[in-house]
Design a protein around this ligand. Sequence first.
Ligand SMILES: [Fe+2]
Length: 506
Amino acid sequence: MYGPADITIESEFKCLGIVADLDIIILKDKKMGLVIPKLVVIGYVLFSFANSVYAGVTSSFIRSEWPSVDIPLDNEVFEIPSGYNAPEQVHITQGDYDGKAVIIIWVTPIEPGSNQVRYGKSEKKYDFTAEGTVKNYTFYNYTSGYIHQCLVNDLEYDTKYFYEIGEGDSARSFWFQTPPKIDPNASHKFGIIGDLGQTYNSLSTLEHYIESGAQTVLHVGDLSYADRYTYHDMGVRWDSYGRFVEKVQAYQPWIWTAGNHEIEYMPYMNEVVPFKQYLYRYPTPYAASESSSPLWYAVRRASAHIIVLSSYSPFVKYTPQYEWLEAEFKKVDRKKTPWLIVIMHTPIYNSNSAHYMEGESMRAAFESWFVQYKVDVIFAGHVHAYERSYRISNIHYNITGGISYPVPDKSAPVYITVGDGGNQEGLASRFNDPQPDYSAFREASYGHSTLEIMNKTHAFYHWNRNDDGKKVATDAFVLQNQYWNKSSKKETEKELYAHNRPDSRT
Ligand SMILES: [Fe+2]
């Protein structure tokens, strides 16, 4: 009874849990009616056997893992760049609503130094400059370095920019590529990473991500895990994390959302302002989407409209986040940005024993909108394992109605938990048994996902288990767009027509 009618060839993609790397074959089968290759048939048979027991697949893969401990601070991955007061911890994020700007953030350790970004379209030839701002903070007995942030705007789409920061011999240079202009058929490859931390498993995730060739990361929260430390070391571990991820974050934007490890509510240290260190270090373009807080916002990139929610900020009716989201959903134009993606930290549908049902309150608040606006996919983290749902909803649940079970719903998003970046807390390896009907695939391994949008109708989705190297897609499928796939589009048009008919206005 369960099956995502909108996801291409359910059985074949599910067998990817057993037989990997067949996404291209799947497309050919569906679109061209080719003979199904032997490998797929074998996989299908294996899957069918598994499916006779459970609705979904709980992977039995035994993974190797490094101990869940942070990499020592003297390791080369945390190396401080050479030169007096050299910029470090360089990271960028989208700086506006539509992808023509970036915010560049970096830290100078000894003195403020220059706030200037020099940039241009040729290497070492910087025709433009932008001026940023600088600030620092204290957290208990830790004093941060000088945190610079600079908005670089009015960029051209689809263009490689080179940039330089810092002064004299300590200057450092990087580059980034702007996305294509907002267009329904613009292609773009997103990576999805969650709960990363700074262990050897985190490093493996980062290295596998680099091999994926994706262009933008959606980070679903829990960044440095610095709050696993106390006193001075908390700040130190934010700094080491910043240096650790620079090799990716200086070159492509990460769209970040806050997790519980960013809250850092620490009364025993007299630090009671939630998200203090995170907000100093990870700005967002929230004002561009008329949000009142950097913790929830939206950006449009290529053909995607990405909504970032804060699981740890008020979201019930009448709160700023609720009212903002209500308005933001109304601004989504699927004719311009066909792909509607939501990211948050706490998963709404997840059958792991860890953090079970922690997303239920947000589900009650927002799920009906996710269905009404036909969100394509929702990515979350928090649970340190991988899980994907079918398209299901529980919007008919009410306290007195007696209906309290998720049911198949073609208008609902696919829910994907990717909290498996590799932090020092380790894997969440205990899943609830039996696997609930709504759960399509689940496995406790480290990894990351990619979503490669091809055009307005199709995107390739992969979950990549670290153990397997870049060639193996452990869970993969072709995601059909909720608005532009034929059956959904017809329904949407019918609904619009019904709404606009004079006799429907009562
Ligand atoms: Fe978390």
